[in-house]
Design a protein around this ligand. Structure first.
Ligand code: C2E
Ligand code: CA
Ligand code: CA
Ligand code: CA
Length: 281
C-alpha cells in the first residue's frame, strides 16, 4: 500500500509538472499571437424572444495558429489570465468588436457584449481603455455591454472596490454591465441590488435538459427571472438549444435568449449576413 501511495504521488507530481509545462508553452505561443494576427472574434446572436429578432451579439474570442486547428477559449483564457496576457488580449478583443459592431449598430441598432476578465479590472486604466475603444470605433457607449462574472463584485477587498469603481465610471458614460453565468458563483444576492449592473445572464446549467418537465427546474428558472424583474434587471437566458426551452422562457417572461437553437457563434462575415437578413427578410 505504501508503495502504491508512493507511485500515486510520483504520478501526481509528473502530471502536475506536465501541466505546468503545457501552460508555460501555451503562454509562450500566445505572447506573439496578437502580432501574428492569430486571434479572431466570433459573434453569437442575442435574440429578443417577443419577435425573435437579433438585438445584439456576444463577442467570443478564438485562436487560430497558422496551419493548426482553431483553439477554443477554454483552452487558453486561464493561461492568459495567470500570465497577465489577458490584459492586451482583452483590449484587442474590445477594440476589434467595437470596430465591427459600430457598423452593425449604425445600420441596425445592434448592440455588442464583450467578456471582461477579473484580471482586466485590476488595471488602473481599465476605464480609459474602454472609453478609448469606444472613441476610436465611434460605437456609442449605449451599444456596449461588458460581461463580468459574479465573483468580480462579491468578494470584499481592494480588487472588488476597484472593479466596482471602474464599472461605475464606464456606466456613467452609458456603457451597460451584465452578470455572466448568473447563479453559478456565489450565494449572496445583495450585490444585485447594490452594484452597478443592468443585465443578468442565466447560466446554461439552469436550462431544463431536453425532455425534462419536472416543475423544480422550471421553477428555478422562473425564480431567477422574477428576482431580476423585481430589481429591474433585464434577463438573458444562455445555452438555449431546443424549441421547448424557448417556449418555456417565453412563458416565464424572459426577455432575451442566446444559444445553439438560434445560432452558434460565427465569424464576422457570417454574423454580418445573419444581422442583415434579420432586418430585411
Ligand atoms: P461565456 O462567456 O459563458 O460564453 C458562452 C459560451 O457558451 C461560448 O463558448 C458559447 O459558444 C457557448 N454556447 C453558446 N450557446 C450555447 C448552447 O446553446 N449550448 C452550449 N453547450 N454552449 C453554448 P466559447 O466561445 O467556447 O467561450 C467559452 C468561455 O470563454 C466564455 O464563456 C468566456 O468565459 C470565455 N471567453 C470567450 N471569449 C472571451 C474574451 O474575449 N475574453 C474573456 N475574458 N473571456 C472570453
Ligand atoms: Ca459571456
Ligand atoms: Ca455565460
Ligand atoms: Ca462561462
Amino acid at each position: 500500500a505504501k508503495e502504491a501511495g508512493r507511485n500515486q504521488l510520483a504520478l501526481f507530481d509528473r502530471e502536475l509538472r506536465a501541466k505546468r509545462l503545457e501552460t508555460a508553452r501555451t503562454v509562450e505561443r500566445l505572447r506573439g499571437a496578437i502580432d501574428r494576427d492569430e486571434l479572431l472574434v466570433y459573434y453569437q446572436p442575442l435574440i429578443r424572444l417577443a419577435d425573435e429578432r437579433i438585438t445584439g451579439v456576444e463577442a467570443l474570442i478564438r485562436w487560430q495558429p497558422a496551419g493548426e486547428r482553431m483553439i477554443p477559449p477554454d483552452r487558453f483564457i486561464g493561461a492568459a489570465e495567470d500570465s497577465g496576457l489577458i490584459v492586451p488580449i482583452g483590449a484587442w478583443v474590445l477594440q476589434e468588436s467595437c470596430r465591427v459592431a459600430a457598423g452593425w449598430h449604425r445600420r441596425h441598432g445592434t448592440v455588442v457584449s464583450v467578456n471582461v476578465s477579473p484580471r482586466q479590472l485590476r488595471e488602473p486604466d481599465f476605464g480609459a481603455m474602454v472609453l478609448d475603444a469606444l472613441r476610436s470605433s465611434a460605437l456609442p457607449p449605449e451599444a456596449l455591454i461588458l460581461e463580468i462574472t459574479e465573483g468580480v463584485l462579491v468578494n470584499s477587498g481592494v480588487a472588488t472596490e476597484q472593479a466596482i469603481s471602474h464599472l461605475s465610471m464606464v456606466r456613467s458614460h452609458g456603457v451597460r454591465v451584465a452578470i455572466d453565468d448568473f447563479g453559478t458563483g456565489y450565494s449572496s444576492l445583495a450585490y444585485l441590488r447594490d452594484l452597478p449592473i443592468d443585465h443578468i445572464k442565466i447560466d446554461r446549467s439552469f436550462m431544463p435538459a431536453p425532455g425534462v418537465t419536472d416543475p423544480a427546474s422550471r421553477n428555478l428558472v422562473k425564480a431567477i427571472i422574477d428576482l431580476a424583474a423585481g430589481l429591474e434587471l433585464s434577463v438573458i437566458a444562455e445555452g438555449v438549444e431546443t424549441a421547448e426551452q424557448v417556449t418555456l422562457l417565453r412563458e416565464l417572461g424572459c426577455e432575451r435568449a442566446q444559444g445553439f437553437y438560434f445560432s452558434r457563434p460565427v465569424p464576422e462575415a457570417d454574423a454580418d449576413t445573419l444581422i442583415a437578413e434579420d432586418h430585411h427578410g
